[in-house]
Design a binder for this molecule. Structure first.
Ligand SMILES: [Fe+2]
Length: 424
């Protein structure tokens, strides 16, 4: 199988285009309309996979030496957490940022025409994004070790990212995300995309996450082999899966804009022009993208903040603050509670019906980051959080992640078809 195409607005199933001769044309235009592509073994096909992998191993060598790098090479990049502490993984992330940045112009000059079919000049983010997201339980044991790398490179690189659009974290509104699995990324790790939300108006928090009372729609998760690529518009709502596997997610992603980058928020990301980057005029490669009032305005705001003339925006909230209580919800009728769906019983409690018709009730806020579980679903006896794909056993409340609080469960009685929950 060489590639798979996913079409937004259809049934969110995979449309298997296994015929190598049918490599789609105009992929860039199709991505800009919201279409998603999962391209199997794409980097091998572009003859870039070995280079990409070598840059990652080189970063590991810089931090841990050639012996460890050779062992990771043999065991797989997804097993890096067996050879490095979190502090070392933070340093490796930094090192791989450096090794990939030096080659980004060359790689992108192959990816954009050969994969996206774009032959005109384009813009791309100067440094690719590098992610090493280790299993969640391990990450939480030394979470403080990651503070520095989060501050430098932002969330989503070594920690999970809440549902967001890239433009909410000040990236261009018109970018194509080229998300590359450098190591294998099984389901239970990786990225979630919410195709239903594409083009919808959604509220976000000041920190750039989805507002808690917004329904993200049906999630789409992926099972990827090393070298697979997901192509998606940066305005697709997407988030990180809380890593419940034994595998580290190692991803390098590029952001490309086929026209001048447009910004809805601040303009501080570094986009270079393809005809200048990596050449003798590399020093001025950012100028074409920065020739805009938004760039000047962002710098003026930055100066004003440092001079204390304006207040800086607050920190991350992820929408987890308490909401004011809403009006009482209508009673949940068991006959209208179809298996697999979740309905809110109150501001704090949800109910769901399992496949065997048993009705269960549980806390409405996910113990991880407070997502509204009434927007989630039940699958195989597990309550699935809509934000990070966290799964809780509907009968015990437990998840695969030992470092997470279990889901709070409540006793349920059914009277006259109505779900009644004891919350005392
Ligand atoms: Fe993103």
């Amino acid at each position: 199988m060489l590639y798979i195409s996913l079409v937004s607005g259809h049934d969110h199933g995979y449309i298997d285009l296994a015929d190598a001769a049918a490599w789609p044309t105009n992929i860039a235009e199709r991505v800009m309309t919201g279409e998603l592509f999962v391209l199997r073994r794409c980097m091998q096909r572009l003859d870039l996979f070995d280079d990409l992998r070598a840059a990652s191993l080189d970063g590991i060598r810089q931090v841990l030496g050639p012996e460890v790098s050779a062992r990771v090479d043999a065991e797989g990049l997804d097993q890096i957490h067996r050879f490095a502490s979190l502090e070392q993984i933070a340093k490796i992330t930094d090192a791989v940022y450096r090794t990939t940045a030096t080659q980004a112009a060359r790689w992108v000059s192959k990816i954009v025409p050969d994969l996206l079919g774009v032959t005109e000049p384009y813009y791309f983010e100067r440094r690719p994004n590098v992610r090493f997201v280790i299993p969640y339980d391990l990450m939480m044991q030394e979470a403080d070790a990651l503070a520095g790398v989060i501050k430098k490179h932002g969330h989503g690189k070594v920690t999970p990212h809440p549902p967001h659009r890239d433009s909410w974290v000040d990236c261009p509104t018109n970018l194509i995300n080229i998300w590359i699995a450098v190591g294998p990324i099984p389901e239970g790790n990786g990225i979630t995309i919410f195709p239903d939300a594409f083009g919808r108006t959604l509220a976000s928090t000041p920190s750039g996450g989805l507002a808690r009372d917004e329904h993200p729609g049906t999630p789409l998760n992926f099972d990827l082999a090393a070298g697979d690529v997901i192509l998606f518009h940066g305005n697709h709502l997407h988030s990180s899966v809380l890593n419940r596997t034994e595998s580290t997610r190692h991803v390098v992603s590029f952001r490309v804009v086929t026209e001048k980058p447009r910004y809805a928020g601040k303009h501080y990301h570094h986009y270079v022009h393809s005809s200048l980057a990596g050449g003798p005029l590399d020093l001025v490669a950012e100028w074409p993208a920065n020739f805009a009032w938004g760039w000047v305005e962002t710098r003026l705001i930055w100066i004003a903040e440092r001079l204390g003339l304006t207040r800086r925006p607050g920190g991350r909230t992820n929408g987890a603050g308490r909401r004011p209580p809403s009006a009482p919800l209508p009673p949940v009728a068991v006959s209208r509670l179809s298996p697999g769906t979740i309905q809110p019983v109150s501001d704090d409690v949800c109910a769901a019906r399992l496949a065997d018709a048993k009705v269960v009730a549980f806390g409405r806020r996910c113990p991880h980051e407070g997502a509204d579980l009434s927007f989630g679903h039940v699958r195989d006896g597990e309550v699935v959080c809509p934000w990070h794909d966290v799964r809780f056993d509907a009968r015990s409340g437990k998840s695969a992640c030992q470092m997470l609080q279990p889901l709070r469960l409540f006793d349920v009685q059914v009277e006259d078809d109505v779900v009644r929950v004891r919350t005392d």
